[in-house]
Design a protein around this ligand. Structure first.
Ligand SMILES: *Cc1c(COP(=O)(O)O)cnc(C)c1O
Length: 346
């Protein structure tokens, strides 16, 4: 049985072109700065995003952690959304390892943080209070349905952060999905931010890694923090080679995943037992839940799809699901998935 894995875009396997580039990669000791393939990836990423420099990292979580630690000292505060990946899914690393205090404010339905909420969260210059240093945004905003933050909005937050003397970080794990769904380029969407990370290993299909971009001084600081956290890698060009293919060949096709997400959503919306979240899909993710009259649990349905049809879906609650489109899901898989849900619930 072929598996149709819709749980996440992290399940993507490297492409044949990536495996070939990995086998042929020139490598060296990257801790000495001597891996030419890593250097090439870092320069390419920085150039695409209009920043001075880049740093190759084993994960996006490490990229966010390093960024928060570079911008904030112990006891300092970062303002971020209560649906931010940094807040929800990074094991509290910024506080556990950096002693950084997080100040969560609500993400609106459209993924944004209200400027007035940010304003109110900024601390007074008073010895009772922590020092506010950083605002962090996420684009696309995963827990808000993979929605895109608009250029207009991020420019406003950028101006605001500058006025208030705060640094601005972007968790851009899916920044290229945001660009594919927006009239702005990835570089434009990156422009208001002092630092940003993006994942090579999600929709871009590379096996491992993220790149952190920012000013030369920032990346110098980040380089030392990467070493402190045990993230200095040696002949990492083997991995970076796949990242270069990801940036050169996989960015321009992300719109296809968004198109397939809409096709799949349209089909699923016609299944009587399913209720799609309002607005879904914004990019490559579909969020939906079971109608009240369906007596099966989400777990039962997940298991049935997996065992009987080889279809894997993500459970996001007792009766709700997330389905994510990516390079390894084709039109036939979309049809098969719609048919399977129809057979189960229709
Ligand atoms: C995946 C993801 C990350 C980083 O995840 P890693 O698995 O550590 O690479 C960060 N932010 C968001 C929004 C993500 O989806």
């Amino acid at each position: 049985m072929t598996i149709i894995d819709l749980r996440s875009d992290t399940v993507t396997q490297p492409t044949p072109a990536m495996r070939e580039a990995m086998a042929k990669a020139n490598v060296g000791d990257d801790v000495y700065g001597e891996d030419s393939t890593v250097n090439q990836l870092q320069e390419l990423a920085a150039e695409i995003l209009g920043k001075d420099a880049g740093l190759f990292l084993p994960s996006g979580t490490m990229g966010n952690l390093i960024s928060v630690l570079a911008h904030c000292g112990r006891g300092d505060e970062v303002i971020l959304g209560n649906q931010a990946h940094i807040f929800r899914y990074e094991a509290g690393g910024i506080s556990a390892l950096g002693g950084v205090h997080s100040h969560q404010i609500p993400n609106q339905k459209n993924g944004t943080l209200l400027l007035e909420d940010i304003e109110e969260a900024i601390r007074w210059d008073d010895p009772h209070e922590p020092v506010t240093r950083l605002i962090a945004l996420e684009n696309t905003q995963n827990k808000c349905g993979g929605i895109v933050l608009s250029q207009d909005y991020i420019d406003q937050v950028g101006d605001f952060a500058k006025e208030r003397g705060l640094a601005l970080h972007l968790d851009g794990a899916r920044l290229f999905n945001a660009a594919a769904a927006s009239t702005s380029s990835a570089q434009e969407l990156a422009s208001p931010f002092d630092s940003l990370t993006f994942c090579l290993s999600k929709g871009l299909s590379a096996p491992v890694g993220s790149v952190l971009c920012g000013s030369r001084d920032f990346i110098k600081k980040a380089h030392r923090l990467r070493k402190q956290l045990g993230g200095g890698m040696r002949q990492a060009g083997i991995l970076a080679a796949a990242g270069i293919v990801a940036l050169e060949e996989m960015v321009d096709r992300l719109g296809e995943d968004h198109l397939r997400a809409r096709k799949l959503a349209k089909g699923l919306a016609s299944v009587p037992g399913l209720i799609l979240d309002e607005g879904t899909p914004y990019t490559n993710m579909i969020f939906m839940s079971l109608a009240e009259h369906i007596e099966y649990s989400g777990e039962k349905i997940e298991a049935h799809l997996r065992e009987k049809y080889g279809i894997r879906v993500g459970l996001t609650g007792p009766r709700s699901f997330r389905l994510v489109l990516h390079y390894w899901i084709n039109d036939e898989d979309v049809e098969k998935t719609i048919d399977a849900f129809k057979k189960l619930l229709g």
